[in-house]
Structure formats: C-alpha cells, structure tokens
Design a protein. Structure first.
Length: 141
C-alpha cells in the first residue's frame, strides 16, 4: 500500500491543489472526515470550512472550501468546490472587508433581506478571516 494519496481540489474556474498527501481532513456536511491511503471509497457533500492535509514533507496545508462534494478512493481524493483557495492565497484585507459587509447586512434588518444567504456570507467571511489570520501561527509549528 502506498504511503500517500493524490489530492485534487478544483472549482469551476481552476485546479487549486493537485499533489500527494499523507492524510486529508475535510469539512463534510455531516461532520469532519479524514482519508488515509487505502481508504474505503465514499462520496460526501462538503460545507464551508477548512480542508487540511499533510504534504509529502509532512507539512500541514490548509485550503478554504466553500461547499461542494468530495470523492474518496483508496488512492485519490477529489474535491469539487463552489470556490476554494489555499490559505496562503487569502487576501486578509479583502476577507475582513467581506466580513464587515456581511455583519452590516445582517445588522440592518432590512425587510427584504435573504437571511439564510446573509448568514452563509457571514460564515464564509468569518472562515476566510480566521484561516488567513492563523496562517502565521501554523507556519511556526
């Protein structure tokens, strides 16, 4: 049995990650799940969150995932996400601006506000800010 699996994370626009990993942890719709080489095949819906994996050098890598689906096979994990970006590529100031906009939208209480959509935008912004701000801490580990 191989010691790595191939991880591929794609969006409608691009491939975000395509590399070997020793373990992949993803934000499943029913809860977090992990995949090791040789894993039993399965499919899962994904929620907004962080996909974490260990690369061939055993460094933790993190990718922001905005929903989608994951397919786990014994030698490969494929993630098809609505949007995704590596933690190192998140623009912190842009993420903070999106967070401020989402909070403001929810605070206004407009009568025609799509509350579920606004809550989802807030969660997406909070997750991106959290991941971006914590990248310096993880790099020191």
């Amino acid at each position: 049995m191989a010691h790595t699996i191939h991880l591929e994370v794609g969006t409608p626009e691009k491939i975000v990650v395509s590399e070997a990993a020793s373990i992949v942890n993803a934000p499943g719709a029913e809860g977090e799940f992990g995949v090791l080489p040789g894993h039993t095949p399965f499919l899962s819906a994904l929620k907004i969150g962080a996909l974490r994996y260990r690369d061939e050098s055993n460094r933790e890598r993190v990718v922001f995932i905005n929903g989608g689906f994951a397919e786990a096979l014994p030698d490969k994990v494929t993630v098809l996400a609505e949007s995704a970006e590596r933690r190192c590529d998140i623009d912190v100031s842009r993420a903070r601006e999106a967070l401020a906009r989402a909070l403001k939208r929810l605070e206004t209480g407009e009568p025609d506000l799509d509350f579920e959509r606004a809550k989802t935008a807030l969660l997406r912004a909070q997750t991106r800010v959290s991941l971006a701000e914590n990248r310096k801490v993880s790099m020191m580990q």
